[in-house]
Design a protein around this ligand. Structure first.
Ligand code: NAI
Ligand code: MG
Length: 359
């Protein structure tokens, strides 16, 4: 089982080191190879996604990714910015299916900014399409307008588009995931205004006919944003496109207590996947040893389950995370009165100890 380990920038290196440590305690035959990505790769190779890093990713069964980006690269041309590395990996590997489980652990109910009764027991699965929509649609660019409200002036434009096969394949992913859960899919769109999302709604409704055991509900994205904080537990599988999913999943992370708790998996049609925390490189806290490594450790568990067929090892990691939270270990972002404040490394050590104890 070959794993490409791409720590990236900022806290990426700190949190990935803890996830690797946890993976190494499981006694599995994992071949991990590390490579530079993002700003770290730009410094050495002059490109955020060097040929050698892409090749390693393509040849691996799975990719464990930290985060990329730093303010100091903001002035670079867009193709050279660190963030292009993650977009490039998603595109080159065809990682169209993004899973983000938003789970509120019992011990962290008090860490959220929402009322405890709204989020206690929360367990939502967000499924986001990851390689289409307005983030990748062509044409895009800047030009002098020839029509519109101000002809003759500068304008910028992007293109929102989805093809039938793109919608069908991600819809199947959503319905199959719902089958293993509470058998309900909420498809989030903006069909009232956008033709792309009327088409989305039509195609999803057709695919739903193949899953008579799963209930399908449609919701406009603006209402979904409201319902997520009003009555989050009414969702089970929240299914949507690339841009709406980006925004709604950050919103959902706050239901779990911290963005440092939200893992993710991005899969392609072959089952190959990239696993990363849902947060970024957090330059504001990088190098201080205080970042929460649990989202990355939980992403490593998803990697074992989805790409490496090691469900039992994944269960052991997830149980260990519950154990350390129950024992009161907290990084700064989830700390509250009466709990033990620990560093990034101490949190990783605690997870390792919890796994070793049960072995
Ligand atoms: P961010 O997610 O890096 O940070 C947002 C806030 O959450 C910050 O206050 C940060 O300290 C905190 N935070 C994030 N992860 C944490 C953790 N594990 N433990 C404790 N606190 C944590 O988002 P931001 O600040 O908007 O972006 C920073 C850089 O990251 C930018 O260059 C951005 O483009 C990049 N980015 C990269 C992503 C990726 O690699 N997939 C995703 C999102 C942003
Ligand atoms: Mg985002």
């Amino acid at each position: 089982m070959k794993i490409a380990v791409l720590p990236g920038d900022g806290i990426g290196t700190e949190i990935v080191a803890e996830a690797v440590k946890v993976l190494n305690t499981l006694g599995l035959d994992l071949q991990m190879e590390q490579a530079l990505v993002g700003g770290a790769a730009y410094e050495v190779h002059g490109h955020p996604l060097p040929e050698s890093t892409l090749k390693l990713a393509q040849e691996s069964d799975a990719i464990l990714f930290g985060a990329v980006g730093d303010w100091k690269y903001d002035k670079l041309d867009r193709p050279l910015r660190p963030e292009q590395a993650i977009l490039g990996l998603r595109k080159h590997l065809g990682l169209f299916a993004n899973f983000r489980p938003a789970i509120c652990y019992e011990e962290l109910v008090g860490a959220s900014s929402l009322k405890p009764e709204l989020i206690a027991g929360l367990d939502i699965l967000i499924i986001r399409e990851l390689t289409g929509d307005i983030y990748f649609g062509q044409p895009r660019g800047r030009r002098i307008a020839t029509d519109g409200h101000f002809p003759g002036t500068e304008e910028a434009f992007d293109t929102m588009r989805y093809s039938r096969p793109e919608i069908e394949r991600i819809a199947h992913v959503a319905f199959q995931a719902a089958r293993k859960r509470s058998k309900k899919v909420t498809s989030v769109d903006k069909a009232n205004v956008l033709e792309t999302f009327q088409f989305w709604k039509d195609v999803v409704t057709e695919v739903a006919k193949e899953y008579p055991d799963v209930a399908l509900e449609h919701m406009y994205v603006d209402n979904a944003a409201m319902q997520l904080v009003k009555k989050p537990k009414a969702f089970d599988v929240l299914f949507t496109g690339n841009m709406f999913g980006d925004i709604l999943s950050d919103e959902a992370s706050m239901l779990t207590g911290s963005i440092g708790m939200l893992p993710s998996a991005s899969l392609n049609a072959k089952g190959q996947g990239l696993y990363e925390p849902s947060h970024g490189s957090a330059p504001d806290i990088a190098g201080q040893g205080i970042a929460n490594p649990l989202a990355t450790i939980l992403s490593a568990a998803m990697m074992l389950r989805f790409s490496l067929n090691q469900a039992e090892a994944a269960d052991r990691i997830e149980a260990a995370v519950k154990d350390v939270l129950a024992a009161g270990y907290r990084t700064a972002d989830i700390w509250s009165e009466g709990t033990k404040r620990v560093s990034t490394r101490e949190m990783g050590d605690a997870v390792v100890a919890a796994i070793t104890k049960t072995t």
